[in-house]
Design a protein. Structure first.
Length: 281
Protein backbone atom coordinates (compact mmCIF):
# COMPACT_ATOMS: atom_id res chain seq x y z
CA UNK A 1 0.00 0.00 0.00
CA UNK A 2 1.21 3.52 -0.75
CA UNK A 3 0.72 6.55 1.43
CA UNK A 4 -1.61 9.14 -0.03
CA UNK A 5 -0.15 12.56 -0.87
CA UNK A 6 -0.12 15.10 1.93
CA UNK A 7 -2.53 18.04 1.90
CA UNK A 8 -3.55 20.91 4.14
CA UNK A 9 -6.01 18.76 6.06
CA UNK A 10 -3.34 16.19 6.90
CA UNK A 11 -1.17 18.73 8.68
CA UNK A 12 1.53 17.64 11.07
CA UNK A 13 1.46 19.18 14.52
CA UNK A 14 4.42 21.34 15.50
CA UNK A 15 6.73 20.06 18.25
CA UNK A 16 5.04 22.35 20.78
CA UNK A 17 1.55 21.29 19.66
CA UNK A 18 2.51 17.63 19.85
CA UNK A 19 3.82 18.07 23.38
CA UNK A 20 0.58 19.80 24.36
CA UNK A 21 -1.49 17.02 22.80
CA UNK A 22 0.47 14.28 24.58
CA UNK A 23 0.15 16.16 27.87
CA UNK A 24 -3.60 16.46 27.31
CA UNK A 25 -4.03 12.70 26.84
CA UNK A 26 -1.50 11.87 29.58
CA UNK A 27 0.94 9.87 27.44
CA UNK A 28 4.69 10.31 27.10
CA UNK A 29 6.25 10.46 23.64
CA UNK A 30 6.59 6.81 22.55
CA UNK A 31 10.09 5.42 22.19
CA UNK A 32 9.14 3.18 19.27
CA UNK A 33 6.74 3.29 16.33
CA UNK A 34 4.88 0.05 16.79
CA UNK A 35 1.47 -1.43 17.53
CA UNK A 36 1.91 -1.19 21.29
CA UNK A 37 2.53 2.56 21.07
CA UNK A 38 -0.31 3.05 18.59
CA UNK A 39 -2.73 1.15 20.82
CA UNK A 40 -1.72 3.12 23.90
CA UNK A 41 -2.23 6.43 22.09
CA UNK A 42 -5.54 5.27 20.56
CA UNK A 43 -6.98 4.27 23.93
CA UNK A 44 -5.69 7.40 25.69
CA UNK A 45 -7.23 9.67 23.04
CA UNK A 46 -10.64 8.03 23.46
CA UNK A 47 -10.46 8.06 27.24
CA UNK A 48 -9.61 11.78 27.17
CA UNK A 49 -11.86 13.31 24.52
CA UNK A 50 -15.63 13.03 24.25
CA UNK A 51 -17.26 12.66 20.87
CA UNK A 52 -19.62 15.59 20.38
CA UNK A 53 -21.30 17.45 17.54
CA UNK A 54 -22.43 20.45 19.57
CA UNK A 55 -21.17 22.87 16.91
CA UNK A 56 -23.52 21.39 14.31
CA UNK A 57 -26.40 21.15 16.77
CA UNK A 58 -26.08 24.79 17.83
CA UNK A 59 -24.90 26.27 14.51
CA UNK A 60 -21.46 27.18 15.87
CA UNK A 61 -18.47 27.40 13.46
CA UNK A 62 -16.50 24.22 12.77
CA UNK A 63 -13.78 23.00 10.40
CA UNK A 64 -12.35 19.71 9.12
CA UNK A 65 -8.79 21.08 9.39
CA UNK A 66 -6.81 19.47 12.27
CA UNK A 67 -5.46 22.90 13.34
CA UNK A 68 -8.99 23.89 14.31
CA UNK A 69 -9.52 20.64 16.18
CA UNK A 70 -6.27 21.24 18.08
CA UNK A 71 -7.41 24.69 19.21
CA UNK A 72 -10.81 23.40 20.25
CA UNK A 73 -9.87 20.10 21.88
CA UNK A 74 -6.35 20.58 23.26
CA UNK A 75 -6.26 24.30 24.04
CA UNK A 76 -9.92 24.29 25.01
CA UNK A 77 -11.76 21.56 26.90
CA UNK A 78 -14.04 20.33 24.18
CA UNK A 79 -14.47 17.14 22.20
CA UNK A 80 -15.13 16.67 18.51
CA UNK A 81 -16.80 14.56 15.87
CA UNK A 82 -15.21 12.22 13.35
CA UNK A 83 -13.46 14.86 11.22
CA UNK A 84 -11.98 16.44 14.35
CA UNK A 85 -11.35 13.32 16.44
CA UNK A 86 -9.68 11.32 13.68
CA UNK A 87 -8.17 14.48 12.18
CA UNK A 88 -6.38 15.47 15.37
CA UNK A 89 -5.34 11.90 16.12
CA UNK A 90 -3.99 11.39 12.62
CA UNK A 91 -2.02 14.64 12.77
CA UNK A 92 -0.49 13.64 16.10
CA UNK A 93 0.44 10.19 14.80
CA UNK A 94 2.03 11.74 11.74
CA UNK A 95 4.06 14.10 13.92
CA UNK A 96 5.29 11.12 15.93
CA UNK A 97 6.48 9.35 12.79
CA UNK A 98 3.65 6.93 12.08
CA UNK A 99 2.66 6.35 8.44
CA UNK A 100 -0.92 7.61 8.37
CA UNK A 101 -3.47 7.80 5.56
CA UNK A 102 -6.75 9.72 5.90
CA UNK A 103 -9.53 7.59 4.39
CA UNK A 104 -12.88 8.89 3.16
CA UNK A 105 -15.74 6.78 4.49
CA UNK A 106 -19.51 6.65 4.59
CA UNK A 107 -21.54 6.04 7.76
CA UNK A 108 -24.74 4.07 7.01
CA UNK A 109 -23.79 3.72 3.35
CA UNK A 110 -25.54 0.33 3.42
CA UNK A 111 -28.81 2.26 3.92
CA UNK A 112 -28.12 5.66 2.31
CA UNK A 113 -26.08 4.58 -0.70
CA UNK A 114 -23.17 6.53 -2.18
CA UNK A 115 -24.56 9.87 -0.98
CA UNK A 116 -23.03 8.88 2.38
CA UNK A 117 -19.47 8.83 1.02
CA UNK A 118 -17.59 11.66 2.67
CA UNK A 119 -19.61 11.81 5.89
CA UNK A 120 -16.83 10.05 7.79
CA UNK A 121 -13.06 10.30 8.16
CA UNK A 122 -11.17 7.23 9.29
CA UNK A 123 -7.45 6.36 9.41
CA UNK A 124 -5.12 3.70 8.05
CA UNK A 125 -1.81 3.29 9.86
CA UNK A 126 0.89 1.17 8.22
CA UNK A 127 3.20 -0.74 10.57
CA UNK A 128 4.08 -4.41 10.09
CA UNK A 129 0.72 -4.47 8.30
CA UNK A 130 -2.12 -2.04 7.75
CA UNK A 131 -4.26 -1.16 10.78
CA UNK A 132 -7.56 0.67 11.10
CA UNK A 133 -7.26 3.45 13.68
CA UNK A 134 -10.73 4.74 14.48
CA UNK A 135 -11.40 7.28 17.23
CA UNK A 136 -14.18 9.06 15.34
CA UNK A 137 -16.98 6.57 16.09
CA UNK A 138 -17.21 7.08 19.81
CA UNK A 139 -19.03 3.87 20.69
CA UNK A 140 -16.85 1.50 18.67
CA UNK A 141 -13.32 0.10 19.01
CA UNK A 142 -11.02 1.49 21.68
CA UNK A 143 -7.79 0.14 20.15
CA UNK A 144 -6.67 -0.17 16.50
CA UNK A 145 -7.40 -3.39 14.62
CA UNK A 146 -5.81 -5.07 11.60
CA UNK A 147 -7.29 -3.70 8.40
CA UNK A 148 -8.52 -7.12 7.35
CA UNK A 149 -11.80 -8.92 6.84
CA UNK A 150 -13.03 -10.80 9.88
CA UNK A 151 -14.60 -10.60 13.34
CA UNK A 152 -13.32 -8.26 16.06
CA UNK A 153 -13.89 -8.46 19.80
CA UNK A 154 -12.85 -5.80 22.33
CA UNK A 155 -13.97 -5.49 25.96
CA UNK A 156 -16.88 -7.86 25.37
CA UNK A 157 -18.25 -5.95 22.35
CA UNK A 158 -18.36 -7.67 18.96
CA UNK A 159 -17.52 -5.90 15.69
CA UNK A 160 -16.47 -6.98 12.22
CA UNK A 161 -14.97 -5.81 8.95
CA UNK A 162 -16.69 -7.39 5.98
CA UNK A 163 -16.48 -6.85 2.20
CA UNK A 164 -19.42 -5.28 0.38
CA UNK A 165 -20.68 -6.46 -2.98
CA UNK A 166 -19.22 -3.41 -4.73
CA UNK A 167 -15.68 -3.74 -3.41
CA UNK A 168 -15.75 -1.55 -0.30
CA UNK A 169 -15.08 -2.67 3.25
CA UNK A 170 -17.78 -2.32 5.89
CA UNK A 171 -16.98 -1.83 9.57
CA UNK A 172 -19.95 -3.20 11.51
CA UNK A 173 -20.47 -1.72 14.97
CA UNK A 174 -21.62 -3.68 18.01
CA UNK A 175 -25.30 -4.37 18.66
CA UNK A 176 -25.91 -1.25 20.79
CA UNK A 177 -23.89 1.13 18.58
CA UNK A 178 -25.54 4.36 17.47
CA UNK A 179 -23.85 4.27 14.06
CA UNK A 180 -24.60 0.81 12.71
CA UNK A 181 -21.73 0.73 10.21
CA UNK A 182 -19.43 2.71 7.98
CA UNK A 183 -17.93 1.81 4.60
CA UNK A 184 -14.41 2.64 3.46
CA UNK A 185 -11.69 1.49 1.10
CA UNK A 186 -8.11 0.99 2.18
CA UNK A 187 -6.79 3.39 -0.48
CA UNK A 188 -9.64 5.88 -0.91
CA UNK A 189 -8.97 9.45 0.18
CA UNK A 190 -11.24 12.29 -0.98
CA UNK A 191 -10.77 15.51 0.98
CA UNK A 192 -13.18 17.43 -1.26
CA UNK A 193 -15.99 14.96 -0.57
CA UNK A 194 -15.40 15.15 3.18
CA UNK A 195 -15.31 18.96 3.16
CA UNK A 196 -18.54 19.13 1.16
CA UNK A 197 -20.33 16.62 3.37
CA UNK A 198 -19.08 18.34 6.51
CA UNK A 199 -20.77 21.49 5.28
CA UNK A 200 -24.03 19.60 4.76
CA UNK A 201 -23.81 17.94 8.19
CA UNK A 202 -23.12 21.32 9.82
CA UNK A 203 -25.91 23.32 8.27
CA UNK A 204 -28.62 21.32 6.56
CA UNK A 205 -31.94 20.86 8.42
CA UNK A 206 -31.88 17.23 7.29
CA UNK A 207 -28.55 16.54 8.97
CA UNK A 208 -28.76 14.13 11.91
CA UNK A 209 -26.51 16.49 13.89
CA UNK A 210 -28.48 19.72 13.45
CA UNK A 211 -31.73 18.28 14.77
CA UNK A 212 -30.51 16.06 17.62
CA UNK A 213 -27.92 16.41 20.36
CA UNK A 214 -25.34 13.62 20.56
CA UNK A 215 -22.42 13.37 23.02
CA UNK A 216 -20.53 10.13 23.74
CA UNK A 217 -17.59 9.12 25.89
CA UNK A 218 -15.74 5.87 26.50
CA UNK A 219 -15.61 4.50 30.02
CA UNK A 220 -13.57 1.74 31.62
CA UNK A 221 -16.07 -0.94 30.57
CA UNK A 222 -18.16 0.66 27.84
CA UNK A 223 -19.41 4.15 27.12
CA UNK A 224 -22.01 6.77 27.98
CA UNK A 225 -24.17 8.48 25.38
CA UNK A 226 -26.26 11.62 25.72
CA UNK A 227 -29.00 11.82 23.09
CA UNK A 228 -31.13 14.92 23.56
CA UNK A 229 -32.45 14.56 27.13
CA UNK A 230 -31.60 10.89 27.62
CA UNK A 231 -28.33 9.57 29.05
CA UNK A 232 -27.55 5.94 28.18
CA UNK A 233 -24.88 3.87 29.91
CA UNK A 234 -23.78 0.91 27.79
CA UNK A 235 -21.67 -2.08 28.81
CA UNK A 236 -21.40 -5.57 27.30
CA UNK A 237 -23.95 -6.66 29.91
CA UNK A 238 -26.68 -4.22 28.91
CA UNK A 239 -28.01 -0.69 28.70
CA UNK A 240 -29.42 1.62 31.36
CA UNK A 241 -31.03 5.00 30.75
CA UNK A 242 -32.04 8.09 32.68
CA UNK A 243 -33.57 11.45 31.79
CA UNK A 244 -31.93 14.87 31.96
CA UNK A 245 -34.42 17.11 33.71
CA UNK A 246 -33.10 20.69 33.60
CA UNK A 247 -30.49 23.05 32.20
CA UNK A 248 -28.47 22.75 35.40
CA UNK A 249 -28.65 18.96 35.20
CA UNK A 250 -27.42 19.12 31.59
CA UNK A 251 -24.56 21.44 32.57
CA UNK A 252 -23.55 18.99 35.30
CA UNK A 253 -23.52 16.12 32.79
CA UNK A 254 -21.29 18.08 30.43
CA UNK A 255 -18.87 18.85 33.27
CA UNK A 256 -18.89 15.66 35.34
CA UNK A 257 -19.66 12.86 32.89
CA UNK A 258 -18.18 14.18 29.63
CA UNK A 259 -15.44 16.52 30.97
CA UNK A 260 -16.53 19.30 28.59
CA UNK A 261 -16.34 23.05 29.02
CA UNK A 262 -19.45 23.89 27.01
CA UNK A 263 -20.58 27.48 26.47
CA UNK A 264 -24.18 28.46 27.15
CA UNK A 265 -25.60 25.10 28.32
CA UNK A 266 -28.91 26.87 28.95
CA UNK A 267 -29.23 27.62 25.24
CA UNK A 268 -28.54 23.96 24.44
CA UNK A 269 -31.23 22.90 26.90
CA UNK A 270 -33.71 25.31 25.31
CA UNK A 271 -33.08 23.76 21.90
CA UNK A 272 -33.52 20.24 23.27
CA UNK A 273 -36.84 21.30 24.79
CA UNK A 274 -37.94 22.86 21.50
CA UNK A 275 -37.14 19.64 19.66
CA UNK A 276 -39.21 17.71 22.19
CA UNK A 277 -42.18 20.05 21.71
CA UNK A 278 -41.92 19.76 17.93
CA UNK A 279 -41.95 15.97 18.11
CA UNK A 280 -44.94 16.00 20.44
CA UNK A 281 -46.90 18.38 18.22
Amino acid sequence: MTRMPSNENAMTLTAAQLDAYLARIGVERPSSIDLHSLSKLHRAHLMTFSWEALDAFMGWPSSVIPASAFAKMVKGRRGGWCYEMNGLFGAALDALGFRVTRLCGGVDREKLGDIAIGNHLTLRVDLDRAYLAEVGVADAIIEPVPLAVGPISQRGFDFSIMPTEDGWLRFNNHAHGIARSFDFRADHSDEAAMAATQGWLMGDPGSPFTNALAVLRHTADGYVALQNDRLRTVTPNGVSERRITSADHLADMFEIVFDLDVPRPGDIWDKIQAIGRDKAA
